[in-house]
Design a protein around this ligand. Structure first.
Ligand code: NAP
Ligand code: MG
Length: 452
């Protein structure tokens, strides 16, 4: 058993079983046995079950949101968005079974057609930062493709995943098609990698663990999708709408207390407007409402755990100057204020490493080439923003930054209609968007001779 703690007050709110290797194997075998019937269900019937699942999740969105506030310290407004995101992603991929097209390819001597066939059992390994959405981005397209799913939530944030597993059954998804297995990454998650009946692993989490999963999957030539860390740049040119760029910059990094792989945690500002930007940025940071995550107006809650609090605090070691900080509650709970480090050189540890907390660095640049060089001076490449009124420049810089998800004059969050994933050590493969099912299917080619 593992005690689950509310990070806003340090109270134990639940105790959750930790599955053994044998229990994990049992869930995998059951998922394997459930696979043929799920795969062979008529596409329209699978679509209807996914729509029903979506409806049940939406009907329980408030309950799921409240659970997430208690378990992960998310603000209630974020948690409501997250629960509805699961419903939306299920509804979006409910349209996919009936559109899982192959191709007809012209060849001599006959007809050539391709089929997209589900790979089998998919293991989804979810981190603690966005327990609901990240789960849904894995299981919804996998189920739509005709795969069965075993899902492991992070040990510290299992409550919404457990509830989603129950809601699937309530919606009529057959038993063992979608199974939530709680427990340790080193036990349950590792079994997804090592068990031969799991044919695909979707992992979101740290680059270090992701590298181990990729190496482990290589032993069985098992497919992996990896969504790993980030250190994304928010690049602000002198010709930008500076007021808007400064007012929105806190929300590009401090959302979910900075525990977001897409956090724009490096702000790069053209030197000619650096001082003006900092003048505008300070009140914006101090204006972020930090406190009780259950209040509608709250914009930032606590960090998820004592361990994460200690990790993030460790970056505030005096090695980079603190320009200014916001406020936060004291007393119980893992609270840190929004913190701005500036000016920071690109060689500094706080510029290079993913902090995964409410800490941002600000660094000046000279010109467009310098901005691109600094943005790409990272082993990561997940997200990023470009602020400029010059559309040509915005497009040039978007194309030049080695990153999977960029937004111009905005900090767009992950959109389920569009592909999401990273360059470099931020990951491998893409989730979401119209092509998500490719990650859960094999392409089979069949040639039919028409010769007499
Ligand atoms: P992590 O260790 O990579 O955990 C992510 C998930 O992988 C959890 O479900 C974890 O289970 C599981 N896991 C751990 N070891 C495993 C193994 N050997 N085989 C299979 N699964 C395994 O991440 P973390 O420790 O929670 O966070 C550390 C850092 O990772 C953060 O500070 C941040 O930099 C980064 N991170 C990135 C993202 C992202 O969205 N890209 C998300 C979270 C964290 P347990 O919970 O049981 O350990
Ligand atoms: Mg870990």
């Amino acid at each position: 058993m593992h005690d689950v703690i509310n990070p806003a007050n340090e109270q134990v709110i639940a105790s959750v079983p930790s599955a053994t290797v044998e229990e994990t194997d049992e869930a995998i075998v059951r998922a394997h046995e459930a696979f043929p019937a799920w795969r062979d269900l008529a596409p329209g019937d699978r679509a209807n079950l996914l729509r029903a699942f979506s409806d049940v999740v939406r009907d329980h969105a408030e309950e799921l949101a409240q659970l997430e506030v208690a378990n992960a310290g998310h603000t209630i407004s974020n948690a409501r968005w997250e629960a509805n995101n699961v419903a939306n992603v299920l509804a979006y991929y409910a349209g996919a079974p009936e559109r899982l097209f192959g191709r007809q390819i012209p060849v001599p001597g006959g007809i050539d057609i391709t089929f997209k066939e589900p790979v089998g059992v998919v293991g989804v390994i979810v981190p603690w930062n966005f327990p609901m959405p990240i789960a849904g981005w894995g299981f919804a397209p996998a189920l739509a493709a005709g795969c069965t799913v075993v899902l492991k939530p992070a040990e510290i944030t299992p409550l919404t995943a457990i509830r989603l597993g129950e809601l699937a059954l309530e919606a009529g998804i057959p038993a063992h098609v979608f199974t939530v297995v709680t427990g340790k990454g080193s036990v349950v998650g590792q079994r997804f990698v090592d068990h031969e009946l799991v044919r695909k692993v979707v992992f979101t989490g740290s680059t270090e663990v992701g590298q181990g999963i990729m190496a482990g999957a290589a032993r069985q030539v098992k497919a992996v999708t990896l969504e790993l860390g980030g250190k994304s740049a928010n690049v602000i040119f002198a010709d930008a709408d500076l007021e808007k760029a400064a007012a929105s910059a806190p929300y590009g990094v401090f959302d979910n207390a900075g525990q977001d792989c897409c956090a724009r945690s490096r702000i790069l500002v053209q030197r000619s407007v650096f001082d003006r930007f900092m003048e505008l940025f300070e009140p914006a940071v101090k204006g972020v409402k930090v406190g009780d995550p259950l209040l509608d107006a709250t914009e930032m809650g606590p960090l998820v755990s004592k361990a994460q609090f200690d990790t993030v605090s460790g970056f505030l070691d005096g090695s980079a100057p603190i320009a200014f900080q916001g406020e936060c509650p004291d007393g119980p709970g893992y609270w840190l204020p929004a913190t701005v480090l500036a000016p920071v050189d690109s060689t500094a540890r706080v510029f290079q490493e993913e902090i995964f907390g409410p800490v941002v660095v600000v660094t000046p640049f000279e010109d467009e080439a310098d901005a691109i060089r600094l943005a790409n001076d990272s082993e990561y490449g997940l997200s990023g923003s470009i602020w400029s009124r010059d559309l040509g420049r915005a497009i040039r810089v978007s194309r030049a930054i080695e990153s999977g998800n960029l937004s111009v004059n905005s900090h767009s969050s992950v959109r389920y209609w569009t592909p999401f994933g990273g360059y470099k050590k931020s990951g491998l493969g893409r989730e979401l968007g119209p092509d998500a099912l490719d990650a859960f299917t094999e392409t089979k080619n069949v040639f039919i001779s028409t010769e007499e």
